[in-house]
Write a protein that binds this ligand. Structure first.
Ligand SMILES: Nc1ncnc2c1ncn2[C@@H]1O[C@H](COP(=O)(O)OP(=O)(O)OP(=O)(O)O)[C@@H](O)[C@H]1O
Length: 255
C-alpha cells in the first residue's frame, strides 16, 4: 500500500501556544479523507504543515514520499492546495488567474494549453473565462480556485474548508467534481464542518484542541462506538477528550 500522507507525532507551536499536538495518521493513495473539528481546533495549521507551508516544531511527515522538513518545494509542486481564502486575484479575470497559476507550476506551451482546456471542461468554466474574479459569486470563486489547484495534474489535493459559506447547489456541484477526481485515483484531503461531506469520505480525522482525537473510516468508527451518526460520534469523542483534560471541564457541559 502506497501512502500519500504518513504523519508521525506532528507538533506546531506558535510561541508558547501549541496549535498542533502529536498528530499521527496514514492516508493511502487514492483515498478521500476529511478533517472535522471546531473553529481553532488546528485543522488549517495541520494542513499547512502537510503542504510544506509551515515547518513542524516536532515530528515527521512524508507527503507523496517527500519529507516536509527538507523537501517542502517538491511537495508544493506536486500537490494542489486550495486555501480557505481561495488565494485568487480579484482584479484579474478567471483565465488570467489560471495563467498565473500555470506559471507558478512551470507550465508552458502545448502542455499549458492542454491542461487549461482539460480543467476548464472538468470544472465548467468556459462561459466565465473573461469575467473578473471580483464579480463572481462565492460558489464560482470556489470553482476557479479548484481549477487553479488542479492545473498541474496533482496526485493529491488538499482543500481547506472549500465549501464554507457556499450555497447548497454550488456545494453539490463542487463535490461532484471532487468525486469524479477521486474516481480517477486522486487522493483528497479536505477540512470541513459539514458532517455529510465527511461521511462520504473513506477516512475521517476528528480534530480537537490541536489533537487528532480519532481517526478511521466513518463506518468502523460508528460501529465501534455504537453511534448512529457522525454528529453523535464527534460529540462522544469530544466529551471523552474534554473529561480527560482538566482544562476542558466546561466543554462537557457545553456540547
Ligand atoms: N500564525 C499563527 N500565530 C499564532 N497563532 C496561530 C497562528 N496560526 C494559527 N494560530 C492559532 O492556532 C489555533 C489553531 O488554528 P487553525 O487555524 O489551525 O484552526 P482551524 O481548526 O483550522 O480553525 P477554523 O475552522 O476556524 O479554520 C488557533 O487558536 C489559532 O488562533
Amino acid at each position: 500500500m502506497n501512502l500519500a500522507i504518513d504523519a508521525k507525532g506532528l507538533h506546531k507551536k506558535f510561541g508558547s501556544y501549541t496549535a498542533v499536538e502529536g498528530v499521527t495518521f496514514q492516508l493511502p493513495e487514492g483515498k478521500k479523507m476529511a478533517f472535522v473539528g471546531p473553529n481553532g481546533a488546528g485543522k488549517t495549521t495541520t494542513i499547512r504543515l502537510l503542504c510544506g507551508v509551515l515547518v513542524p516544531t516536532e515530528g515527521t511527515a512524508f507527503v507523496l514520499g517527500h519529507d516536509v522538513m527538507t523537501q517542502a518545494e517538491e511537495i508544493k509542486q506536486k500537490i494542489g492546495y486550495m486555501s480557505q481564502k481561495f488565494s485568487l486575484y480579484d482584479d484579474l479575470t478567471v483565465e488570467e488567474n489560471m495563467n498565473f497559476y500555470a506559471g507558478v507550476y512551470n507550465l508552458s506551451g502545448q502542455r499549458k494549453l492542454q491542461q487549461k482546456q482539460k480543467i476548464i471542461e472538468l470544472v465548467g468554466l468556459k462561459e466565465r473565462l473573461g469575467q473578473l474574479v471580483q464579480s463572481l459569486s462565492g460558489g464560482w470563486k470556489q470553482r476557479v480556485s479548484l481549477a487553479c489547484a488542479l492545473l498541474h495534474d496533482p496526485k493529491l489535493i488538499v482543500l481547506d474548508e472549500p465549501t464554507a459559506g457556499v450555497d447548497p447547489v454550488s456545494r453539490r456541484i463542487f463535490w461532484n467534481i471532487i468525486n469524479l477526481l477521486a474516481g480517477q485515483g486522486m487522493t483528497i484531503l479536505v477540512s470541513t464542518h459539514y458532517m455529510d461531506e465527511a461521511d462520504s469520505c473513506d477516512y475521517i480525522g476528528f480534530v480537537f484542541n490541536g489533537k487528532l482525537i480519532a481517526f478511521g473510516t466513518p463506518q468502523e468508527m460508528k460501529e465501534r462506538e455504537h453511534k448512529k451518526s457522525l454528529d453523535d460520534l464527534f460529540i462522544y469523542y469530544v466529551e471523552q477528550e474534554a473529561s480527560d483534560d482538566p482544562r476542558n471541564k466546561h466543554i462537557k457541559k457545553e456540547v
